[in-house]
Design a protein around this ligand. Structure first.
Ligand code: FAD
Length: 759
């Protein structure tokens, strides 16, 4: 028996370590398989694949996250100038906002908000200082948009669009000096309002397939015959288009007469066209779920533009797709995640407050376990949102273009925003449903599907982009192996491929080994940068990271190019990567906040949720894996003892609610993007003030309750009468009675909803 085993081991070693044998028996067949299995990449796919950088997600993907790298990234912080802008200008905008008036009455921002936004450079957050812009960090940009979104989604979208993908961003990166000098100062001052038009009726998610066409030709322009482009386009869903004075336009460029060279089809191209240029139609509005931000169409037929209106000049003809993918990846990690985080901060502040002041069955509703279950999710998801916001903007501020991370942020944060606002609506019930100036929840609830749809609709982002890009981009060997397989000289290709394959096999074996042994030992021997209560999470993350890497290798080996068509499988593996990213962001936020003890229940709840979801995603991928032998191998290596990752316990949910029930401390920290201003008349301030007053009166309330129990005061009397009786019997002082009456007045006002004589 032992001698048979020994012979097998020796044979395997021979095949692996004797190069000629290995090439013949392993590398050459694998080389052939890869050549056949992987379809040639289209230009669009290649550009999407190559655009952007790999960052922290690469470590999570490869099975060996280096925790000191994660904790070495700076924690998002504002400069003095950014902090002052957030405290002064942003707070001033908040004080001007009446979201009900904006969305229902005006269907637009009031002129004074438009003027203030332009004057103070809200549209120039990403424009370099040398052109008069603010040149703020991604973190500051996100903080500004979030704070505004906590009060008004319509205002936040108006601010965020010029600071996301659009002419400002494209010009800063790719514009010619002349274009920068012409447009950037005017955009910075708000004299020009930009929009960017890619989407049209025929091309939404498949934006690379836009039919809008530009033909290179010569025509008269300003009295001279010049080389230029005759353009025809039909675009829809374009934010700010109805008020834009400058239009960024993406179109397919053709050169049938060979005026630029010998290529007839040049590819997607981006140009900047003044809104008043003859033939440009702007102005019609859509009505995106009743929100008041400007969104509409633009069309043009046979509109001639000179060549130097191409962003970057004639040299950039046909290079628009790559420009868009690179710029979109940064904006995608900032704007919509900022809206989702704002929803979390606003929902946490108002639901903890409302849950305390709203009483039913004689108790604050936040004392009922059913409510606590949903409230704990709101709080944990909000912590998660803030953690992901900070980590993602840190990556963008490091000047990497982390395209996988920003796709994760866009998809998962908008989905977390959806979970949060649904829970908040459930808890605040009628108060959340009845529209009016007092309603602070409804806009975020109604607008949520907008965030889900824009900048890459979520189903597509989940099913196609996260794992699709991540698997090849983050993998240490696959892209290089694909390139070796595509090498024109087959011999050179095979030799390179063989070297890569050896490293690849060692990598796959290491991941399988780590995953399997971690599962058997409960991750006990994995790395953690710290000891204590959260150490186990680092260790479990390493385990699941190895498991994901191992399963990715098996999936690629089994399915090859078909993997991208197996969208459900790809989505599940992408979910696992995303959960690892979100979980690591949570651990980083906890560390950056100084391991505050009062955050621990929230961190436990969040981490257990993430690990559970990650393991569930891997398990789902295994259960649905199309090849039986591989399915069982995956199950054996990843979950030899079954999937033991559990959702947080009921007790933990109760503990989370306790930590945020009191004013200040952790509650204030996780709601800082939804501030209460001085003389704040908003519905948010109303419910907050009622909560603070009620909180301060708890001891007095207890005195009255005791008196009722002792039969000194009759039960079931209106509150004011009870207080009067308590005063009369000297159970409370006059001052205490006044405090109780004041708190009750605030409570009573805060639980009201608006009523109208006619609508
Ligand atoms: C309010 C608003 C503002 C916008 N602002 C702008 C703007 O300023 N500029 C601009 O150019 N565009 C803008 N857009 C367009 C936006 O960014 C989306 O790209 C676009 O809405 C997606 O197209 P669609 O809605 O027609 O969905 P479709 O492309 O028709 O997709 C429908 C569904 O199919 C799914 N799907 C499609 N393909 C796949 C696939 N291969 N695998 C899995 N699922 C798939 C999608 O995820 C989606 O769920 C805006 C859109 C909205 C609604």
């Amino acid at each position: 028996m032992w001698s048979v085993l020994l012979i097998i081991v020796v044979l395997i070693a021979l095949v692996l370590f004797v190069k000629s044998l290995r090439i013949k028996l392993i590398s050459a067949p694998a080389f052939k398989f890869i050549k056949k299995a992987l379809p040639p990449l289209s230009q669009t796919e290649r550009e999407a694949m190559e655009a952007g950088d790999i960052w922290w997600e690469g470590e999570l993907f490869r099975g060996k996250p280096n925790w000191s790298t994660l904790h070495g990234y700076h924690a998002g912080q504002l400069t003095e100038e950014e902090q002052s802008f957030v405290d002064v200008q942003v707070n001033h905008v908040l004080s001007l906002i009446d979201d009900y008036d904006i969305t229902v009455n005006r269907k637009d921002l009031p002129p004074e908000i438009w003027a203030y936004l332009k004057k103070e450079g809200f549209f120039s957050l990403i424009i370099p200082k040398q052109y008069g812009g603010r040149e703020f960090s991604a973190y500051a940009n996100s903080t500004i948009v979030s704070k505004i979104a906590s009060r008004s989604i319509s205002t936040a979208v108006t601010v965020m669009v010029p600071n996301s993908l659009g002419p400002g961003e494209l010009l800063s990166h790719y514009g010619t000096q002349e274009q920068k000098d012409k447009w950037l100062p005017a955009l910075a001052k708000g004299e020009e309002i930009p929009c960017f038009a890619l989407t049209g009726p025929e091309a939404g998610s498949d934006a690379g397939a836009i039919p809008d066409l530009g033909i290179v030709c010569r025509q008269e322009f300003e009295g001279e015959e010049v080389l230029g482009i005759s353009l025809t386009w039909n675009k829809r869903y374009i934010t700010l288009a109805p008020v834009a004075t400058v239009l960024g336009l993406a179109f397919q460029l053709r050169d049938p007469e060979g005026l630029l060279g010998d290529r007839e089809y040049l590819g997607i191209t981006c140009a900047l066209i003044p809104g008043n240029h003859p033939g440009v139609n702007l102005g019609n509005r859509h009505n995106p779920l009743g929100m008041a931000f400007m969104n509409g169409t633009t069309t043009g037929k046979d509109v001639f533009i000179p060549m130097d209106w191409i962003i970057g000049g004639a040299d950039y003809a046909g290079r628009g797709w790559r420009m868009l993918v690179e710029c979109l990846s940064a904006g995608r990690g900032i704007s919509l995640p900022a809206l989702a985080t704002a929803t979390g901060h606003m929902a946490t502040r108002t639901t903890t407050a409302y849950g305390f002041i709203r009483k039913q069955f004689g108790l604050s509703i936040s004392q009922f376990e059913g409510v606590q279950e949903a409230l704990a999710r709101i709080v944990a998801n909000t912590y998660q949102l803030e953690a992901a916001r900070k980590l993602t903007t840190t990556g963008i501020d490091m000047k990497v273009k982390p395209s996988v991370v920003t796709a994760i942020a866009k998809y998962h944060m908008t989905e977390l925003g959806r979970e949060v606002i649904n829970d908040a609506m459930d808890i605040q019930s009628g108060k959340g449903i009845q529209l009016g100036p007092k309603n602070y929840l409804a806009s975020a609830y109604i607008a949520n599907p907008i965030s889900i749809t824009v900048e890459g609709a979520n189903i597509l982002t989940r099913s196609l982009m996260i794992f699709g890009q991540g698997a090849t981009r983050c993998h240490p060997y696959v892209l290089a192996e694909m390139e070796a397989a595509a090498h024109e000289d087959e011999k050179v290709g095979l030799s390179r491929f063989d070297g890569l394959l050896v490293s690849h096999m060692a990598y796959a074996f290491y991941n399988a080994f780590t995953s399997f042994t971690s599962a058997l030992t409960g991750s006990r021997f994995n790395d953690s940068p710290i000891a204590g209560e959260v150490a186990g999470y680092y260790k479990d993350l390493q385990r699941l990271s190895s498991a994901l890497s191992f399963m990715t290798d098996l999936s690629m080996l089994t399915l090859g190019g078909d993997l991208k068509r197996k969208e459900m499988l790809s989505a599940r593996l992408g979910d696992a990567l995303s959960e690892l990213y979100l979980a690591s962001a949570t651990l980083k936020l906890f560390a950056d906040n100084g391991h505050q003890h009062d955050e621990l229940p929230i961190v436990h709840f969040t981490m257990q949720t993430r690990l559970h979801r990650c393991a569930k995603a891997l398990q789902g991928a295994q259960d649905n894996f199309p090849a039986t032998a591989m399915r069982w191998l995956m199950k054996l290596v990843v979950f030899p003892l079954g999937n033991r990752f559990k959702l947080p316990s009921d007790q933990l949910a109760i503990d989370v609610c306790k930590t945020v029930s009191r004013p200040g401390g952790v509650r204030e920290r996780i709601t800082h993007l939804c501030p209460i201003l001085q003389d704040d008349q908003s519905g948010i301030a109303e419910v907050e003030h009622a909560y603070l007053a009620a909180w301060d009166c708890q001891k007095l309330e207890a005195k009255i309750k005791q008196a009722i129990k002792a039969g000194k005061i009759a039960a079931k009397l209106p509150i004011a009468i009870r207080i009067g009786q308590a005063l009369k019997q000297e159970i409370i002082t006059k001052e205490e009675a006044d405090a109780l009456l004041h708190a009750d007045k605030l409570r009573s006002e805060a639980i009201q909803v608006n009523e109208f004589t006619a609508l």
